[in-house]
Each structure stands twice: as structure tokens, then as C-alpha cells.
Design a protein around this ligand. Sequence first.
Ligand code: SF4
Length: 341
Amino acid sequence: MYRDKTKEITIGSVVIGGGNKVAIQSMTNTKTEDIRATVKQIIELEDAGCDIVRVAVPTAEAARAIGEIKKEIHIPLVADIHFDHKLAIQSVEYGADKIRINPGNIGSKERLQKVVEACKARKVPIRVGVNSGSLEKELIEKYGHPTVEALVESAVNQCKAIEELGYDNLVVSIKSSDVDTSIEAYTLAAKTLPYPLHLGITEAGTSWAGTIKSSVGLGALLAAGLGDTIRVSLTENPIEEVKVAKQILKSLGMIKSGVDIIACPTCGRTEIDLIGIAKEVESRIADMNKTIKVAVMGCVVNGPGEAKEADIGLAGGKGVGIIFKKGQLLRKVPEADLIEA
Ligand code: SF4
């Protein structure tokens, strides 16, 4: 699949941009000051497939905690800072692999300069994170509300402010809770800026709505070749964000490994408890460390065809199912024994 060639940026052990694989990010929802809880959650995120993790740094204690947290984890850590430039500097000093700031709310040019100097000294990239909810006053006055042009102008201005300080180790995000605005803004940003894009739909909502919004927004952008790292935002345990992000990349063929389930929607021809069987099969094999395509089909119309294409598949009949392995009919099994089989 075509990938937009952005500038390569190194975040700890992960390189994004320049056509490298799209990295999955998430953000902890523990208090960063609570080192033990934060490390526990980050390890769970790592196990789920998270490539880069972000933590909120609202206090000096949280900045200090970064040093301890980093000793226990295995993926790059990003410090998320608003308003206080000193916290950004401290986060870098304590070992953050990247910082996320909104230069618009970090204060004067002198303060931004101090942050940039700290990052420059340690080659720590900065994500310029524009958000529709915190756009500069002047741009709101100029455009009336956070339009696509206003969001991109903010990103361009903020990147320029850092470039003028002699630094271009940057990543850009332009987040809106509106999917359409996000797609247009990222598309315009990709034409305007050379930096890797961190894609996300902000405040996307609960699991159900958030998964759909993120899949549509990020999916459209990724399919167009844009985006170097993604974060799915859900009002949920962040592990779910990583699962959704992985599934989005898998759906686009950008992750080829892992379990892939194909299941039919059921219809009037279904004569077994296909929904129950499909859900159970999915949950039993979700964590299987194998690259495998499994088909769970309701009947003999499309069932055997799909089941044959898969590594392993079943096609339901009346109270029974037929099991296929790589196109070969293995056996007929009573419905009650199908899941186990
Ligand atoms: S595979 Fe069979 S049961 Fe499933 S939706 Fe298609 S026709 Fe209906």
C-alpha cells in the first residue's frame, strides 16, 4: 500500500515516518505519580501490542516518576505537557523519549526556546499537538470556529516557531472530535508539512461510537497513505484502544500477523447457534500467538467456500458443522462439540 514519505523521526527505539511501519500508541489513565500502577498498565499495553506509550505530566512529581517508570518498561515513553514549560524540561531530563506539547499554551517564546533547547540536547522529538478544543484565540477570531484551515494554520505556525529555534525533530497531530474535519485537516497538513503525522480522532467516545469514529477517520487516512502513528481514543481501558488500533491496521493489511476471524452475519438459513459459536471461537483464539485465518460460517451457501479459503474453518448445517483445514474437509462434528473441535 502507498505510504506518504514523511521525515523519519526516532522516538527511543521506534522510528516513525519515512514509510516505516505505522506505530500504535496509547495513553495511560493511571496517575503518573503512581509509579507502580502506571508501570503495570504500560506492561499490559506492551503485551497488547502498543508500540509507544504516553503519560500525562501535570506535576513535578509526575515528571520525576518518568525516570523510575522508564526503568521498568520496554517501549518508548512520551510525556504529555500543557501550560508549564518547566514540566516539559523536567520530563526530558528524566528520560522521556518524546514530549507532546501545544506550543500555543506553553507560554512565551523564551519558554518555548528553553523547552526546545532541552529537547535538542537529548535529541528528543516534539509532537506539536493541535486540538480543536484549544485553538489559539487569534485563529478562532480569524476563522470563526476551528475550521480545517484554522487547525492546519495553527500546526504550521507552531512548527515554524520551533523551526525558527533551529529544531525540526517534529511530529504533528491535528485532532478534532469531528471525523470529517479530521480527515480534511490531516490531508491538508500532509500537503503542507514534511513531518510524520500522529493520527487520532480526539474525544471519540465510548467503545462503540469511538471505535466506529476512529475506524472511519483513521481508516480513510491510512488507506490514502497518510499517518505514521495512530492513537485510538476511547472512554475505556486503554488496552481496548490498542486492540482497536491493531484491528484497523489488520483490516488494511498493514499488520499481517495474528488471528483473523471471518464470520457470516447469519440469516434465515442458519440452523446452528452461529453467533454464540463465533463469539466463543473469537474469545478463545484472540490471544493465540499464531498467524491464522479462521472462518466461522452459518451454512452451505457461502460457508464451505469461505471455510475452505481459511486456514481452518467451519460451516454449519442442521445441528452439525463441517470442519475444513486449508481447503480439505476434515470431519463432520455435532453442534455441541464444534467449538472444542
Ligand atoms: S453463510 Fe449461510 S447462514 Fe451465513 S449469512 Fe450466508 S447464507 Fe446465511
